[in-house]
Design a protein around this ligand. Structure first.
Ligand code: S3P
Length: 430
């Protein structure tokens, strides 16, 4: 298993124009291309393990994929093929949950599976509501875990109020009824989660709108949707590692180019600003989504409480915890129980790894409290979680770090180490 040794940073002033493309939008653009009958054109599709697995599944379902430099063209099949093999989602919960919704109404038999980490992540959150509208779907432990088997069938419209703000559940439910139900479906979530599915499907011509009460109205579609023509911006969750890097390193400045600035995705940058960080945005495009550069400078930080808009920064909490460890005073994260069912139990992996670095941390069922202090060099286990590996590699900029089990970084940000190598010295070994 490979490891990285990261050295303390001597400061940097740099512009980065190759932060990984947005993972959520890449998954969706591959899957949604199957909703049209014409070829979709996608520029800057994320070439990482998670999204390439999604692309392979789309191909197994009958699409033709043509790659040309940073452009791919996905030509959908007239009718979804029934594959004679399992559909491998790798490490990706987004892929597994979105495909559950998409395939639940397609003619045929489909089996979704993934790696050992994905096999322990709960699928009941999509399996239960899908079953309630007639889906024939099951998995191990009463349908909660993969492998998930689906026999596509006709589905009924729903009125579903989700207990969790999850874009994956929301997307799965929208995809399930789009072409299958005879009446309008209504989806409500406790707080708005990332809204790429609604935006992209609307752009493709679907009749989906969110009313004043925040209820998503999904009208059934009779004809195939328009194809996608999309250029995918950089992923704010990936950019955030380097925002934290600049904030916690002395005499540093970073410009992160062409990042997605959708408000449901940049809450972590806003929290960092509340902590005192010098962060500004330069908006460059606002046609479909806000896109622009993020400029971040080293700054002294103060403690903060994070207990709202959790869905808007859930993926960034591990990296934010590194900034919290460098803030003056205590920082608290609450209402973040969802962290326990991510690629690892991120409450436990953040708390235990920070303790190894000599930071005082208290663990709660739904979060943690971090007291800012001296962050020592340590040997960190990523537990196979890409965001834990990258967060603690960034923590190494303070006093050095050795992070083990770093292959998982390939799932979302394959050029992470190349960028890290531009701002400090690193050694990668096996
Ligand atoms: C995602 C939604 C979030 C997020 C994940 C990507 C998506 O998960 O944590 O990394 O693309 O829909 P939940 O929907 O489970 O909150």
């Amino acid at each position: 298993m490979s490891f990285v040794k990261v050295e303390k940073s001597g400061g940097f002033d740099i512009e980065i124009d190759n932060i990984a493309s947005d993972k959520s939008i890449s998954h969706r653009s591959a899957i949604f291309s199957l909703l049209s009958n014409k070829p979709s054109k996608i520029e800057n599709f994320l070439e990482a393990e998670d999204t390439l697995n999604t692309l392979k599944i789309v191909e197994k379902l009958g699409a033709n994929i043509d790659k040309n430099d940073n452009r791919i063209t996905i030509t959908p099949p007239l009718k979804i093929d029934e594959p004679n093999d399992i559909l491998d989602c790798g490490n990706s919960g987004t892929a597994m949950r979105l495909f559950c919704g998409f395939l639940a109404s397609k003619e045929g038999f489909f089996v979704l599976h993934g790696d050992k980490y994905l096999a322990s992540r709960p699928m009941k959150r999509v399996v239960v509501p899908l079953k309630s509208i007639g889906a024939k779907i099951d998995g191990t432990k009463e349908g909660n875990f993969s492998p998930i088997a689906i026999r596509g069938s006709k589905l009924r419209a729903f009125r579903y109020e989700s207990a969790i703000a999850s874009a994956q559940v929301k997307s799965a439910m929208i995809l399930s009824v789009l072409f299958s139900a005879d009446e309008t479906s209504y989806y409500k979530e406790p707080h708005l989660s990332r809204d790429h599915t609604e935006k992209m499907l609307r752009g493709m011509g679907a009749d989906i709108f969110t009313d004043k009460e925040g209820v998503i109205n999904i009208h059934p579609v009779e004809k195939p949707l328009k194809p996608l023509e999309i250029k995918i911006p950089s992923d704010p969750s990936s950019a955030f590692f380097f925002a934290v890097a600049a904030v916690i390193s002395k005499d540093s400045k970073i410009v992160l180019k062409d990042v997605l600035l959708n408000p449901t995705r940049i809450e972590a940058f806003e929290v960092l600003k509340r902590m005192g960080a010098d962060i500004s945005y330069e908006i460059k495009d606002e046609k479909y989504e806000k896109i622009g550069d993020i400029i971040v400078k080293s700054s002294p930080l103060k403690g903060v409480e994070v207990s709202e808009n959790i869905a808007w920064l859930i993926d960034e909490l591990p990296a934010l915890s590194i900034a919290m460890s460098q803030a003056e005073g205590k920082s608290t994260v609450k209402n973040a129980k969802e962290l326990r069912v991510k690629e690892s139990d991120r409450i436990s992996t953040v708390v235990n790894n920070l303790k190894k670095c000599g930071i005082e941390v208290e663990e709660f069922e739904d979060g943690y409290e971090i007291t800012g202090g001296k962050l020592k060099s340590a040997t960190i286990n990523s537990f196979g979680d890409h965001r834990i590996a990258m967060s603690f590699a960034i923590a190494g900029l303070v006093n050095g770090m050795r992070v083990e089990d770093i292959e998982c970084i390939q799932t979302s940000f394959p050029n992470f180490m190349d960028i890290l190598n531009k701002i400090t010295r690193i050694d990668i070994g096996d």
